[in-house]
Design a protein around this ligand. Structure first.
Ligand SMILES: Nc1nc2c(c(=O)[nH]1)N[C@H]1C(S)=C(S)[C@@H](COP(=O)(O)OP(=O)(O)OC[C@H]3O[C@@H](n4cnc5c(=O)[nH]c(N)nc54)[C@H](O)[C@@H]3O)O[C@H]1N2
Ligand SMILES: Nc1nc2c(c(=O)[nH]1)N[C@H]1C(S)=C(S)[C@@H](COP(=O)(O)OP(=O)(O)OC[C@H]3O[C@@H](n4cnc5c(=O)[nH]c(N)nc54)[C@H](O)[C@@H]3O)O[C@H]1N2
Ligand code: SF4
Ligand SMILES: [Mo]
Length: 697
């Protein structure tokens, strides 16, 4: 028999829905069709979604844990033995070296329920630090939102892309990274609509845009303040909106005064005409929207840059109205969920760890004593890795992330991994680089075999439902974490957490009265649905019936006085400038639609693998290649300011400028060269601008 199951794609933050047709006799997916009528992707998807059927298996041939023995070999054990071993080890290490001598690294790619229970076991019960790979991705946007809006709440709906007349992408390359989002741009039929791209590189999106502004690396903040200054000087601003709905405009206006055109021309490399033209686009547009991604978030002054984008939206009143908004595009399938429900940087469901009302409420919802709840935000990712290298942290549990490859300056992770007494890796593949030094491996089932809830970039909750039947010993991340929790002796502290659905109900209650309130959503409602955007509070369903909703339409924000904050801070000097010794910028990012991050999953997809290079490569400008007598696919050794070097093949192009080398992140060599440098507020890595030099081999 063929049955149809609607579920969510768990690659990127669009969370497209797909209809999987399964042969129930062979337990195989025979056909995958993007769900028609689903508001996000309405019958379309990219090749990653269509290739989910390739992830039908879990770790082969054994789907039970393995534990490293004294001689270095692995012993296969039962799940119960695995849980007990890890629980005992965690407690033993804590007893010996202190509470914070164990830590976790979570993810934005699991279900809401999975990182919620991880946050409960690790942060509430064991009182340890757990950060997420969301730190590598969305931390800057999250911190920016909190400062400007009072809560990490991106306000847009994807429909805004279809009705905006001026769409400005800043450090975002959706043609490659968010193809379905780009599809929504292509649906835009507004006469005269403009697509504008700010990116030092002539990216695939820049090639498809009406205007490309190829500014210098890390000169965005300078440009944004200059644009603000021009808009203010020309009086192209929305006085009424500023007066009624914002704070600190006067301070902002004074701050940006010294950001003159001359200064911007020097710093950004753009001409006066280009900068004035861009200011004109913002002024002339009736519905102007700004969309940013990693070109902004992954810098040393990323939070301020994101906030400067928000400032432009506030200045011109382009927020909360159809087709407008300073809009942050999210990366991973459930980064939005992890930002609110992982118990890492805010209490589960939002709010500061010190907020008495929130603590009381959560203690009630979880049925535990308030004193059990984590008391402060987690130490950030970089501190956890530094503490392992310093011998302070001895136990680490990572799930659904591959930091040996993706962490910045990744040799620092390699050395950390070797120092650990307990290193638990929980993944769907035991072949990932991070598993090389693990002491315990937990093989869990892929998304195609489990249930849970995802939240996409426009705050839409959607259902993941098991497409394939499980085999004996197949277990999900949720059950694995629950198993360790029980083995730790959590007892009553796990009441209400018995299964994914009961956890969903806890999260629902945790959201009550908060900006993301989804108390009106039930587990059943999400099945075979169009997804539901938060907020969706119980009892007010009629008010929230529209399927494509945005926040801030009433000009009310989540700050104490309901007004959004203008934020200004002087532009910083680049802490890692290029120099005579390291004259090139090493820019990094996505390489192709088919490849996903560290490639563990997409390597399995034959039609992606067939067209992907097996060895690392980078793009070099034609003139630079000529100068160095380098030909297509010649090999070079690249030396980075971080003291490391690696070999890459060269692809020659005019789309990167002479001062730049652009390396796709899908090869482990890429992050060998990125520095241990972070934004000071978000602690997100400054991934996109290491100074390097190279020699031809
Ligand atoms: N196929 C595929 N899709 C993906 C992913 C994947 O691995 N593969 N990953 C997903 C995830 S988790 C994320 S976070 C998103 C990322 O999505 P994007 O952020 O769109 O992708 P990136 O390629 O990281 O970077 C975007 C652009 O930033 C530019 N940039 C670099 N430095 C600067 C600068 O100083 N200023 C400006 N303005 N731009 C700069 C780069 O040249 C690049 O074109 O993609 C998601 N989608
Ligand atoms: N230089 C540079 N580095 C970057 C970036 C950049 O732009 N430049 N981008 C950064 C960004 S934005 C991100 S988001 C990170 C991504 O970095 P990572 O999160 O480390 O990369 P992934 O390859 O997505 O790792 C996900 C892991 O989860 C496993 N997995 C898949 N499904 C499941 C499941 O259901 N359960 C479990 N337990 N495991 C599962 C996969 O096999 C894989 O090993 O990389 C960052 N690194
Ligand atoms: S656009 Fe993103 S969510 Fe949609 S199918 Fe592709 S990877 Fe999956
Ligand atoms: Mo990301």
């Amino acid at each position: 028999m063929i049955k149809k199951v609607q579920s969510t794609c768990n690659f990127c933050a669009l969370d497209c829905n797909l209809d999987f047709y399964v042969d129930t006799e062979t337990n195989q997916i025979v056909k995958t069709v993007p769900t028609k009528g689903y508001p996000v992707n309405d019958g379309f998807s990219c090749i990653k979604g269509l290739s989910l059927s390739k992830q039908q298996t879990t770790v082969k041939p054994n789907n039970t844990p393995k534990i490293r023995q004294a001689d270095g070999s692995f012993k296969q054990v039962s799940w119960d033995e695995g849980f007990q071993y890890v629980a005992d080890k965690l407690k033993e290490i804590q007893a010996k070296y202190g509470r914070e001598s164990v830590a976790g690294i979570s993810t934005g790619q699991l279900t809401m329920e999975e990182f919620a229970i991880f946050g409960h076991v690790m942060r509430n019960y064991l009182h340890t630090n757990v950060d997420g790979n969301t730190r590598l991705c969305m931390a800057s946007a999250a911190v920016a939102h909190k400062g400007s809006y009072g809560f990490d709440a991106p306000g847009f709906t994807l429909n805004d892309l279809e009705i905006s007349d001026t769409i400005i992408f800043i450090g975002a390359n959706p043609v490659v990274a968010h193809p379905i989002l780009w599809g929504r741009v292509r649906n835009n039929k507004v006469p005269g609509r403009k697509i504008i791209v700010l990116d030092p590189r002539r990216s695939e999106t820049a090639m498809n845009a009406d205007y490309w502004y190829g500014l210098n690396w890390r000169s965005d903040l300078l440009l944004l303040y200059t644009l603000a200054n021009i808009l203010i000087e020309k009086d192209w601003i929305d006085h009424k909106f500023i007066e009624e709905h914002t704070n600190d405009f006067d301070k902002f206006r004074e701050g940006v005064k010294s950001y003159t055109l001359e200064r911007a021309v020097r710093g950004t490399g753009l001409s006066e005409e280009q900068i004035l033209e861009l200011a004109g686009h913002i002024h002339n547009g009736k519905k102007v929207s700004f969309w940013w991604t990693m070109g902004v978030n992954q810098g040393y002054e990323a939070v301020r840059t994101a906030q400067a984008i928000i400032d432009l939206g506030l200045l011109t009143g382009n927020i909360g109205k159809p087709g407008t908004g300073p809009n942050s595009i999210t990366g991973q399938c459930n980064a939005m969920g992890s930002r609110v429900f992982s118990n890492t940087t805010m209490l589960t469901g939002g709010g500061e760890f010190t907020n008495p009302a929130r603590r009381k409420r959560l203690a009630e919802v979880f049925g535990v004593d308030e004193s059990m709840l984590a008391e402060r935000p987690t130490d950030p990712y970089n501190k956890i890795i530094e503490d392992i290298n310093a011998g302070k942290v001895k136990g680490l549990w990572i799930l659904c992330t591959n930091p040996r490859h993706s962490w910045t300056n990744n040799e620092t992770f390699a050395s950390a991994a070797k120092k650990l007494e307990l290193f638990v890796v929980q993944d769907i593949y035991d072949t990932i680089e991070s598993a090389e030094d693990c002491t315990v491996f937990f093989p869990v089932v892929p998304g195609i075999k489990k249930a849970g809830t995802y939240i996409n970039l426009e705050r839409r909750l959607s259902a993941m439902r098991p497409v394939l039947k499980r085999e004996e010993n197949d277990i999900s991340d949720y059950e694995c974490i629950l198993g360790v929790g029980k083995a730790l002796g959590m007892g009553d502290a796990l009441k209400g957490w018995e299964d994914v659905k009961s956890c969903f109900n806890l999260m629902r209650e945790a959201s009550r009265g908060m900006p993301e309130d989804f108390t009106g959503v039930t587990w059943e409602m999400l099945e075979n649905s169009h997804g539901i955007q938060w907020p969706y509070p119980e009892g007010r369903e009629a008010e929230f019936a529209d399927e494509q909703r945005r926040l801030y339409a009433d000009g009310k924000f989540f700050t104490a006085d309901g007004k959004a904050n203008f934020i200004f801070e002087e532009v910083m000097d680049n802490p890692l400038p290029t120099s005579a010794e390291f004259p090139y910028v090493f820019n990094t990012g996505r390489g192709s639609v088919g490849q996903w991050h560290t490639q563990s999953r997409t390597k399995e997809v034959k039609f992606v693998e067939d067209v992907s290079l097996k060895t690392p490569y980078l793009f070099m400008n034609t003139e630079v290649a000529k100068e160095h007598d380098i030909h297509h696919m010649d090999r070079i050794r690249v030396y980075s300011i971080n003291g490391q070097d690696a070999v890459f093949s060269v692809k020659i192009t005019d789309n990167v400028r002479p001062g730049e080398l652009y390396a796709p992140i899908h090869y482990i060599e890429c992050n060998k060269l990125t520095p241990s440098s972070y934004d000071k507020y978000s602690r997100e890595p400054n991934y996109k601008g290491a100074p390097v030099r190279f020699e031809k081999l």
